[in-house]
Write a protein that binds this ligand. Structure first.
Ligand code: TXA
Ligand code: MG
Length: 378
């Protein structure tokens, strides 16, 4: 069964959004579009519904959820003065701020035991309308199975959850294509916990221009954690609310090295010099290539054209973000494909040709989707 063909493209009207809002209020799981990726939504006030998100995704309880709201005056958290300034600059948008949770009884499970929750107002009309109609905070991780590629279309969500009780609102492709940027204020520092579609340099420029925010220094440190639990442990941990057995990795929740991963082995192909060209020591008939511009095309001989795509022919980082997860999902279902080769955004060559603010986020997503595996090559 080719599940991708089974899904139909619905027209969304207000009646349907009313139904979706009702379902959320009743504790059902509803996948909905945002400007970043599709979210797997549940009523953030309902502990059982939240647990069902973790179960559906097979996600360990140590990985906290983002809560989506539509009103910056009702965040369910502590609200230091500067929050209004951030809201002014970045909301609605791909900006998630981690604050101390004060009003949700479900904080323990939402926050993975940290007491703080990530909050954002998404910049997508359907998501905002849904939040207004439901009139509850909606917890939503990306609507993909744990470690799999994040979904940027309803078909992607369907492919991961077709055999589970998940309702899906189909509103076409997501505008940005990668997740929100997650930040946590700590004293005078803003720690970026996850890179995303709002670039670090954009945040920096905006806060530097703001009288009340310019005292913040931005900190970003790559964290690549190994997943410690195996699938059986995760399943045991998720059995029911009475037996929540949390092993929180407080230091960097959710920052796993294996993330956004296709179901076949993926490698970053990295060149040591700009003129490198050589036959690669793997079977190119069984290899899918995901390029940027024509960099790999120009250097690899005898690959299979039908298994080749580029993130952006014109070196446009925004277009590359828009296409990345869609192409990774395309790659993993190519017939006979044994591995994916990914373009390396992290070479000196690239620092000469790429100055786009979104490169850092792209590099991070690609590094994780290859679980950090690189093939070096003279
Ligand atoms: O763009 C997005 O953020 C999407 C859409 C649906 O809004 N959501 C999303 O959620 O990507 P998720 O669960 O796939 O990723 C959220 C990540 C967590 O893995 C964790 O790294 C970080 O955000 N995070 C969330 N809440 C946190 C908290 N309380 N403390 C630290 N990190 C947190
Ligand atoms: Mg996710």
């Amino acid at each position: 069964l080719d599940v991708q063909k089974e899904i139909h493209c619905g027209i969304i009207n207000l009646d349907e959004l009313h139904i979706a809002a009702k379902l959320l209020q009743q504790g059902e799981l509803v996948a909905f579009p945002t400007e970043t990726v599709y979210g797997l939504g549940a009523n953030a006030k309902n502990a059982q519904a939240i647990l069902n998100i973790f179960k559906a995704k097979k996600r360990p309880l140590s990985d906290p959820l983002i809560v989506h709201v539509h009103d910056k005056n009702n965040l369910y958290t502590d609200k230091p003065d500067y929050v209004d300034q951030f809201a002014e600059l970045f909301w609605p948008g791909p900006f998630t701020i981690v604050l101390k949770s004060t009003q949700l009884e479900t904080t323990e499970i939402l926050s993975a035991g940290t007491g703080s929750i990530g909050i954002r107002i998404p910049n997508n009309e359907i998501a905002l309308e849904l939040l207004k109609l439901a009139n509850i905070p909606i917890a939503a991780p990306s609507a993909n199975l744990f470690t799999h590629i994040s979904p940027t279309s309803a078909a992607h969500v369907f492919n991961d959850f077709y055999d589970q009780r998940v309702h899906i609102i189909d509103a076409g492709r997501c505008d940005n294509g990668i997740e929100s940027t997650v930040i946590k204020p700590l004293g005078n520092e803003l720690h970026i916990l996850r890179l995303g579609s709002l670039a670090k340099d954009t945040i920096l420029n905006k806060i530097n221009q703001s009288e009340s925010l310019k005292h913040f220094a931005i900190k970003y440190e790559n964290k690549y954690m190994q997943i410690e639990e195996n699938e059986e442990d995760i399943e045991k941990e998720l059995q029911d609310l009475q037996h929540l057995d949390r092993k929180s990795s407080m230091e960097a929740p959710g920052q796993f090295l294996k993330h956004y991963s296709a179901r076949i082995n993926s490698f970053i192909l990295t060149f040591k010099s700009i003129n490198a060209f050589q036959e690669i020591d793997i079977n190119l008939k069984e290899t899918v290539i995901i390029d940027f511009g024509s960099e790999l095309r120009n250097r690899i001989a005898n690959f299979d054209e039908t298994k080749y795509k580029t993130l952006s022919l014109n070196y446009d980082a925004k277009e590359a973000m828009f296409n990345l997860y869609d192409l990774l999902r395309w790659a993993e279902i190519q017939q006979g494909a044994q591995q994916i080769l990914l373009y390396d955004f992290d070479t000196e060559i690239n620092h000469q040709i790429l100055h786009h603010e979104n490169i850092l986020s792209l590099q991070d997503k690609i590094f994780r989707s290859a679980s950090g595996q690189k093939i070096y090559y003279q």
